[in-house]
Design a protein around this ligand. Structure first.
Ligand code: C2E
Ligand code: MG
Ligand code: MG
Length: 506
């Protein structure tokens, strides 16, 4: 429609048909202008519409992409790209349903890296991250196509193996994973070394829930850890019993403190030079109704998993100070064990100060025994508390020395007074030359650092003789006295009091 007058004529015809007056309508020239305006407007509108349509298309494509990324992220571990816990549970639910339908076995492997924290702490988080990525690839390479590996977080991976017909298949996969992860990881200029503790749980009828099967594999993994690491343990019901026992001990122990079921026995500490009693160590016992007298091994490790241990430690401290005032007046010292967790308590030094004041015990009569590992790997609060204890004038002793992981330089930096040589060395020193050499080296080292040496677990005269020859200061052990009721200690001090008080008072 290029010709404006043709257009005009057409319009006039149309207007007449509509009963409108063409004389009032614009001239052909004006129509041309109007047409141009209309045409430009329509073209622009078209362009805009096109642009709008395009952008809607792009946005919806982007939205779809974004949705995919988000749903991937919700089910994917961002570091390794493996399925995460949420995805694992979903997959495990589906696998369990398939297992229930088909009756074909399903196995779960819970893989935890041993020594990963050390790699992270010593070589840095970037190396740690790379190790996790490489570990995930190594695990993947050990699996069958139908197996799935997920990362739960940290250094924990879970493998789901469906269609298990042969009972040897999954242990063989676990063995492959174990050996692959034990090989060094070359990262940059480092060779990072870890190993794997693996727990295995299986079901043949799919009746377990995903969470339950995972928990069983986790328990088995824990067994592998405590059994010495770098190994695979298979879940069995006895592991569940151990957990139940732990749970019931924890519950009952909470009541034991208020119910006065705890007791303290005191083991004499003797000077090796003349075998006189120069102090005692407070050792807790639990008179548990229905179970008899329990030794600390049966409940202290469980208490140490929760704040209960601090309640136990503080109760023992209070009891020992209440009972041992006269022993301290006679010049003896009282040693009390302090677990790592208690040492990290903000208010432990205040509690200790109040207890000493309440029972008029001079701080230098009290020795706090702390294990090597607790002492050297303590957090900021623990280190702060150690400093405060020093300021207070309380003695510090490293318990079970030789069994932890302290380096000599750490020992040099740690401000303690006493080293207690672990009984594992003492018990064999009279028939094993290397144990005797270790004990001798510890004594020389301790003395060089100005510390007092105590040998633990002396049972035979030959051990006492050797220790004396090597210059050890004092000893504890059944040879000199088992952990005793406080009345027996009263008696011991009553008998040796005159001579004792003369030579031992500062
Ligand atoms: P520990 O502090 O190293 O205490 C020495 C342990 O060796 C005691 O065991 C003692 O009875 C035992 N022992 C002493 N002489 C001999 C000996 O000649 N031969 C043998 N075979 N053993 C001997 P116990 O009383 O069973 O205590 C075990 C551990 O429990 C203690 O080791 C200590 O680490 C912990 N413990 C005890 N009481 C407390 C407490 O109140 N708080 C905390 N946190 N831990 C405690
Ligand atoms: Mg001790
Ligand atoms: Mg000890």
């Amino acid at each position: 429609m290029n010709d404006a007058s043709e257009l005009h004529r057409t319009l006039v015809r149309q207007l007449r048909r509509l009963d409108l007056d063409p004389e009032t309508m614009p001239s052909p020239a004006s129509w041309r202008k109007l047409l141009d305006i209309l045409s430009t407007t329509y073209t622009e509108a078209d362009d805009e519409r096109y642009t709008l349509e395009r952008s809607i298309e792009v946005s919806s494509r982007e939205m779809r992409g974004l949705h995919e990324v988000l749903s991937r992220q919700a089910f994917q571990d961002p570091l390794t790209g493996l399925p995460n816990r949420k995805a694992l549970i979903r997959h495990l639910d589906q696998s369990l349903a398939a297992c229930a339908r088909t009756g074909q076995g399903l196995a779960v492997l819970y893989v935890d890296l041993d020594g990963f924290k050390q790699v992270n702490d010593s070589l840095g988080h970037a190396v740690g991250d790379e190790l996790l990525v490489l570990a995930s690839q190594r695990i993947r390479a050990c699996l069958r196509p139908e197996d799935v590996v997920a990362r739960l977080g940290g250094d924990e991976f879970v493998v789901v193996c469906p269609n298990v017909y042969d009972s040897m298949v999954v242990p063989a996969i676990a063995a492959r994973i174990g050996s692959q992860l034990a090989a060094p990881f070359p990262i940059g200029e480092h060779d990072a070394v870890v190993s794997a503790s693996i727990g295995l749980a299986t079901t043949t009828d799919g009746s377990a829930s995903a969470e339950n099967l995972l928990r069983q594999a986790d328990l088995a993994m824990y067994e592998a850890k405590v059994g010495g690491k770098a190994r695979t343990a298979i879940f069995d019901e006895s592991m569940q019993k151990v957990v139940d026992t732990r749970f019931s001990v924890r519950n009952a122990l909470g009541r034991a403190i208020t119910g006065r079921e705890l007791r303290v026995l005191y083991q004499p500490l003797v000077s090796l030079a003349d075998e006189r009693v120069i102090g005692v160590e407070a050792l807790v016992r639990w008179e548990r109704p229905g179970f008899g007298l329990l030794s600390p091994d049966a409940f202290i490790p469980i208490a140490e998993e929760s704040p209960l241990i601090s309640a136990v430690d503080c109760w023992v401290l209070q009891e020992a100070c209440a009972r041992g005032g006269q022993w301290c007046e006679a010049g003896a010292s009282i040693a009390v064990n302090l677990s790592a967790r208690t040492l990290q308590q903000d208010d432990i030094v205040r509690t200790l100060t109040q207890t000493l004041t309440k029972y008029s015990i001079p701080p230098n009569r009290l020795t706090m025994e702390i294990t090597e590992t607790a002492l050297l790997s303590g957090t900021g609060t623990a280190q702060l508390n150690l400093g405060r204890l020093r300021e207070l004038g309380v003695n510090l002793s490293i318990d079970d020395f030789g069994t932890g992981h302290s380096s000599l330089s750490q020992l040099q930096q740690t401000d303690v007074d006493v080293l207690k040589i672990d009984q594992s060395f003492v018990s064999t020193m009279d028939h094993d030359a290397s144990s005797a050499a270790i004990v001798s080296a510890i004594i020389t080292l301790g003395h060089a650092l100005g510390l007092t040496l105590v040998a633990e677990g002396v049972e035979r005269p030959a051990q006492a003789r050797l220790l004396r020859e090597q210059g050890c200061d004092s000893a504890q052990g059944w040879l000199f006295g088992r952990p005793l009721e406080p009345e027996a200690i009263d008696k011991a001090f009553g008998l040796s009091l005159p001579e004792f008080s003369l030579s031992q008072r500062p």
